[in-house]
Design a protein around this ligand. Structure first.
Ligand SMILES: [Zn+2]
Length: 215
């Protein structure tokens, strides 16, 4: 078996499915031959998932858009390829039904951090809590502009803001950024809340028609 493109991490989810020609011939394979072929597939998929996991830059997104660490129990059924394949290995007719859509277990959707942050929408799993830029990232509601508090500037003074969850926090009144030995000391004060926003990654939004006047 040569080292083909199928072994490259970036072909995750697309490269490992058996080709149509193989599928046709699968119908002629004896149980033993088919099991041997599937064992090879399981081994390759496991090697691929292991390489991704070992890279340290591996996140898994579920069908509902929730992002997990590969160690999270809620994705173990797809991450553990042996477990994922077990019901298929016990039911070779299911595997042979090659016109079906459920004759192999889905691969986990493997992503790098950069891949995840490019998504316009995702949520971080509260169980494994991967350290991402957002807990719940969504496109701005129509008519609103969203930005991270760290990107506020003097042009935003006087504009009423809300948190992305919808809570109104009032007008931006003061911004301070102090570089210290421990890092950035950030505070954005709004007249509708007592405590300033101190995490520059906090997302805030304003109605686009209230936005900074560029004239
Ligand atoms: Zn999780």
């Amino acid at each position: 078996m040569t080292d083909t493109a199928d072994d490259r991490p970036n072909s995750a989810g697309s490269g490992l499915s058996v080709q149509e020609g193989d599928l046709t011939s699968q119908r002629q394979l004896s149980d033993e031959e088919l099991l041997a072929q599937l064992a090879d597939t399981v081994r390759k998929e496991k090697a691929l998932v292991d390489r991704w996991t070992a890279s340290g830059d591996c996140f898994i997104i579920s069908g509902s858009g929730k992002v997990h660490l590969p160690t999270c129990s809620s994705v173990s059924a797809v991450v553990d390829r042996q477990a994922a394949w077990a019901p298929f290995l016990d039911d070779l007719d299911r595997v042979r039904a090659w016109h079906g859509t459920d004759n192999e277990p889905p691969m986990p959707a493997l992503m790098t951090r950069a891949d995840v942050e490019e998504l316009t929408r995702y949520s971080s799993c509260p169980e494994c809590s991967p350290t991402l830029d957002h807990r719940d990232k969504r496109p701005s509601a129509r008519g609103w502009t969203t930005l991270e508090a760290g990107n506020l500037n003097f042009r935003h003074f006087g504009i009423p803001f809300s948190l992305v969850e919808g809570a109104e926090i009032g007008v931006l009144t003061k911004l301070s950024r102090v570089e210290t030995a421990d890092g950035l000391d950030f505070a954005a004060e709004f007249d509708g809340i007592v405590d300033p926003v101190t995490d520059p990654l906090t997302e805030v939004m304003y109605r686009t028609d209230f936005g900074p006047q560029m004239s």
